[in-house]
Design a protein around this ligand. Structure first.
Ligand SMILES: C[S@@+](CC[C@H](N)C(=O)[O-])C[C@H]1O[C@@H](n2cnc3c(N)ncnc32)[C@H](O)[C@@H]1O
Length: 206
C-alpha cells in the first residue's frame, strides 16, 4: 500500500521547492493564486505580512522585479533584492508605524500567510491565528485604496464563519480560495477580499 495522496503532495512541493530554490513549499500556493486570481493585476506596491522564510517574497520578485515590496515578520529574513524588510510583530503599534513609514501609507495589495507558533492546543492555535487574520484586515483597511485587495490565510476553526461575515461588511467582494498546493486535510484556507468599502479603526487611532 502506498503513502496517502496528501503526503505525496506535500513531498512533491517540498522537493520542487528545494529543486527550484524556493525557501518554502508555500511559494507554490501564492504562485497558483497569482496565476488563477490575477492577484498582481494593476498592482505596483505590496505589503506582505508574516513573510518568513520568504518563499512568497521570492515569487513576487521573480514575477515582477519592479514591484515595490515591503515585507514583515517576527523573525529575521535573509535579504531579497529590492525588498524592504521590517522585523516586528504585526500586532504591535510600533510595527504598524514602521509599515506606514515604509509604504508611505498606501499599498495596492496586502498578502498575509500568518501562522502562530504551534502550541499543540488546537483551539488556542486557531484563536491566535484568527487574531492575526483580523489584524491583517485592520492593516489592509488602513492602507488599501478603493481598488485594493487583500489575500490572507485563515484557519477554518471556531470564529471562522463570523470572521468571513465581518470581512464581507467591509469589502465589496470576498472569496475563499484553496490553492492546489495547500493540503486538503489542512484547516487553512485563503480569503481574497477586494475593494474596501469601509475603513476600520484600531486602538482608537484615526
Ligand atoms: C507559514 S510562515 C509564512 C511562510 C511564507 N509565506 C513563505 O512562503 O516563506 C508564518 C510566519 O508567520 C510569522 N508570524 C507569526 N506571528 C507573527 C506576528 N505576530 N508578527 C509577524 N509575523 C508573525 C512567523 O514568524 C512565520 O514566519
Amino acid at each position: 500500500m502506498g503513502r496517502p495522496k496528501e503526503d505525496r503532495k506535500k513531498e512533491h512541493y517540498y522537493r520542487a521547492a528545494k529543486k527550484e530554490g524556493y525557501r518554502s513549499r508555500s511559494a507554490y500556493k501564492i504562485k497558483q493564486a497569482i496565476g488563477e486570481h490575477k492577484l498582481l493585476k494593476g498592482v505596483n506596491k505590496v505589503l506582505e505580512l508574516c513573510c518568513c522564510p520568504g518563499g512568497w517574497t521570492q515569487v513576487l520578485h521573480e514575477i515582477n522585479a519592479s514591484l515595490e515590496i515591503v515585507a514583515v515578520d517576527l523573525s529575521a529574513m535573509l535579504p531579497i533584492e529590492g525588498v524592504a524588510f521590517i522585523q516586528g510583530d504585526i500586532t504591535a503599534p510600533e510595527t504598524l508605524e514602521s509599515i506606514e513609514r515604509s509604504t508611505g501609507g498606501s499599498v495596492d495589495l496586502v498578502l498575509s500567510d500568518c501562522s502562530p507558533n504551534v502550541s499543540g492546543n488546537w483551539e488556542l492555535d486557531v484563536a491566535r491565528q484568527l487574531f492575526l487574520a483580523e489584524v491583517t484586515i485592520e492593516i489592509a483597511l488602513r492602507l488599501l485604496s478603493g481598488r485594493g485587495k487583500v489575500f490572507l490565510k485563515v484557519f477554518q476553526g471556531k470564529g471562522f464563519q463570523e470572521f468571513v461575515q465581518s470581512v464581507r461588511t467591509t469589502f465589496q467582494s470576498v472569496r475563499l480560495i484553496k490553492p492546489e498546493a495547500s493540503r486538503k486535510t489542512s484547516a487553512e484556507i485563503y480569503l481574497l477580499a477586494e475593494h474596501p468599502i469601509k475603513k476600520r479603526v484600531r486602538n482608537g487611532a484615526a
